[in-house]
Design a protein around this ligand. Structure first.
Ligand SMILES: [Zn+2]
Length: 214
């Protein structure tokens, strides 16, 4: 089956489950969506947010980009797609949680490290991943003697913290977090082991949230 035929077959299966017979899922979603969380994930095909979290249509508001990054709040009239999505999720949908979901073997973070070593990945990619340049510089300094895999994983996790920090640069995010109306989460999915980690401010580390299969 060709790729496109596979996608059309997949849509027909989706249509059958959600629109045919007695399915009322989209009847209830026709007028409005009320997701309780915004998830900022990577564009990587291996880390599909709805699939990973078992969410049905309407349950998760999602932004995906290279290396699951959030830029700082920049009110300069530019084309800020991620900031627009965060603004809509927080101010209009009033989500209660924002999850920044990073992952292992991230090509975007590889590009960030490559740029740090004087390499290039592409004009748009290099400029985009530069959002997490501080994370890279910190990792390369603190783990200068460690191998590339250790540096990569540390940089993937440090970049999540940069995005969480940048989220707080949006005044309406900070306000809601301080009022206890909005909770920020930093998650890390390791698809080599199948484990999920969550950042704990108390230990300043990514702690196991879901262990590997028994
Ligand atoms: Zn990635």
């Amino acid at each position: 089956m060709s790729d496109i035929a596979k996608f059309i077959f997949g849509f027909k299966r989706f249509q059958k489950d959600y629109f045919c017979a007695d399915s009322t899922v989209f009847q209830n979603l026709r007028e409005e969506q009320k997701p309780r969380a915004l998830l900022i994930g990577c564009s990587d095909s291996r880390v599909d947010p709805a699939l990973l979290t078992g969410c049905a249509p309407g349950e998760l508001f999602v932004v995906r980009n290279v290396a699951n990054l959030v830029p700082p709040c920049e009110d300069d009239g530019g084309h800020h797609g991620v900031s627009a999505a965060v603004e809509f999720a927080v101010r209009s949908l009033e989500v209660e949680h924002i999850i920044v979901l990073g992952h292992c073997n991230c090509g975007g973070i590889k590009a960030l490290l490559r740029v740090g070593g004087g390499g290039r990945s592409g004009a748009f990619i290099d400029a985009w991943v530069d959002i997490a340049a501080k994370a890279r510089d910190q990792v390369l300094e603190e783990l200068s003697t460690r191998d590339a895999n250790v540096q990569q994983r540390a940089c993937e996790q440090a970049a999540i913290l940069i995005s969480l920090e940048n989220l707080l640069s949006f005044p309406w995010v900070r306000e809601r977090v301080e009022a206890g109306k909005l909770y920020l989460h930093g998650w890390y999915f390791d698809f080599e082991s199948g484990e999920l980690f969550s950042y704990l401010p108390e230990t300043k580390a990514f702690e196991l949230l879901v262990p590997r299969c028994p």
